[in-house]
Design a protein around this ligand. Sequence first.
Ligand code: ADP
Ligand code: MG
Length: 704
Amino acid sequence: MSEEKISITAIFGEDVFNDTVMQERLPKKVYKELRKTIDEGKELDPVVADVVAEAMKDWALEKGATHYTHWFQPLTGITAEKHDSFLAPPRKDGRAILEFSGKELIKSEPDASSFPSGGIRSTFEARGYTAWDCTSPAFVRHDAAGAILCIPTAFCSYTGESLDMKTPLLRSMEALNVQALRLLRLFGNTTSKKVTPSVGAEQEYFLVDRDKFLKRKDLIYTGHTLFGAMPPKGQELDDQYFGAIRERVASFMKAINEELWKLGVSAKTQHNEVAPGQHELAPIYSDCNVAVDHNQLTMEVMKKVAERQGMMCLLHEKPFAGVNGSGKHDNWSLVTDDGINLLDPGATPHDNIQFLVVLTCILKAVDEHADLLRESAANVGNDYRLGANEAPPAIVSVFLGEQLQDVLSQLISTGMATSSKQGGKLQTGVSTLPDFMKDATDRNRTSPFAFTGNKFEFRMVGSSASIAAPNIVLNTITAEAFADACDILEKADDFDMAVHDLIKEYATAHQRIVFNGNGYSDEWVEEAERRGLPNLKGMVDAIPSLTTEKSVKLFTRFKIFTEAELESRSEIKYEGYSKEVNIEARTMIDMASKSIIPACLKYSKALADIVISLKEAGVDGSAAREILSEVNELTNEAQKALQKLVQDDEKSLAIADVKERALFCRNNVKVDMEELRAPIDRLEMIVDKEYWPMPSYGDMLFEV
Ligand code: ADP
Ligand code: MG
């Protein structure tokens, strides 16, 4: 096979209006002004915007762009765009003029009434605005629509309420910056100007063949399978994880890497995941806001590239029951503009006082707002995954590892930490293998919030979700803990003493959130209950966390959300839950009544014919009779369950209150769905494959 050579450095960022392009194309003064806005949050001068817009347009046209779009993230979980061509009214001689003004760059007005707003806006108040977010670079995207200049934007209502994920995310980053700088100043740091959360999102996904996908209504309508018996082989041999990558998948990986690199996304790591057909891609971390945008882009590119190659990329949290689902690990740390990572413990964390304050503040934050963190990872898909023995439990806890746990224990028992355990040498016993120093702490894959060396890894997030929500929560709760600590420390007469007391107090008061054991075990569920930690099993249990007094106080204090915005988001989530469950229910109804049950009846008829012929021939027909009666029994069972599901689905639609409807969907519709699935999955195991109306799990997982 001939192979085309790729130079990463040549293509990296070639479709991004990044700093290099800005320096090349903008007058020096304009560039400086824009940088001030990006780096220091200085208000943008409209004259500067005009010049930037002109340069951006020329650059995009050279890349073949015909249109531009404000690219935003409404509360649908995905991105939205509306393309406008660069055409201005033609000249008198009929020739085209291309235009793009500063005004068009800064602001656009999509009709907001068709986006979820949770009652904030009625349809007659339809005005909504998107506003340029210059902290996330614009880019040109190439696909079947041609080349489009995409401008990352925030989305707000006419009255200024946020209708998206980006606005509160940017607000939370600003709040955290202010409080983190306050803390740094107390420790004598006078040089750092900005503290930004760094985020790297590991993305898991499945690939299936497109033709098979199109034969499954459940995949088409809901993104995951609602029926399906386990194939003879699942993931029990552990031969998929990190296994050699099949050609078809490898060529997909190659193509997404190239596309992502061109878009400035630093795709770094790729490997097969635990389940057959499952894979992962991780980028190098970047500023929180950019990381959120890049993750959205990554998911979009994955879907497009897969389709181009005759496959479909499944981002659902649980595409196949019985094998591992997909998550998205949100790696999070705090870094200053001059390169200090506040979560770096150094070699001897016990005497790194600043680190210990940051760490204990985060313990306090996570302990006090465990419910909010849990809620930030709640979606319908994740309900199929969290708390099962593959993904973190629905209980939030923090893994610190041996070294930090030891430091914490010293602090709690004596008020002083005097030593830090070290990793020591790794000895393999083989002389030709190199010796090296191992980390001071092992990993724990079962923890939802794990310290991993110089960052925290929040592992609850679902694979299809935007990482905006969890980062909004992480940034805000940390800002609050820093603010509370600063309020105390700034007033202290004896700073060293006050710091010492604060660390001990926080460590002691919040040690219950730390758990270093096996998060998958039943004992932990009991232990967590004894400790009083919340166990919010599903999305419907988690949504109330958004609007508690504690949550409203937190988010309004730092101006991240108003109470109305929180109410609206809670309403959107309840509504979204029911709608998705209803779609799943109706998809099952459609599949069962139009194809699966008819197939079973046809098979019964064929079996009955066989039974009769055998009898006529005077041959023993006990096998056929046995199968026939089993098929018949299970089909009757399925039909009964189907009718129940139809009734409850209809009932749920009649419930006006969003919360009540969501509860009914969970308590009734979801239960009916399981009851319909059970006999049908058993039928799949006994009905002749020729009759079964869709590809099986085995067909999809092993024959990509
Ligand atoms: P793992 O810790 O899962 O074994 P890595 O160390 O490669 O793997 O990190 C996984 C993800 O975490 C990557 O996206 C990586 O860029 C990101 N990451 C690494 N260091 C940091 C950091 N300091 N802050 C935020 N994300 C980070
Ligand atoms: Mg990881």
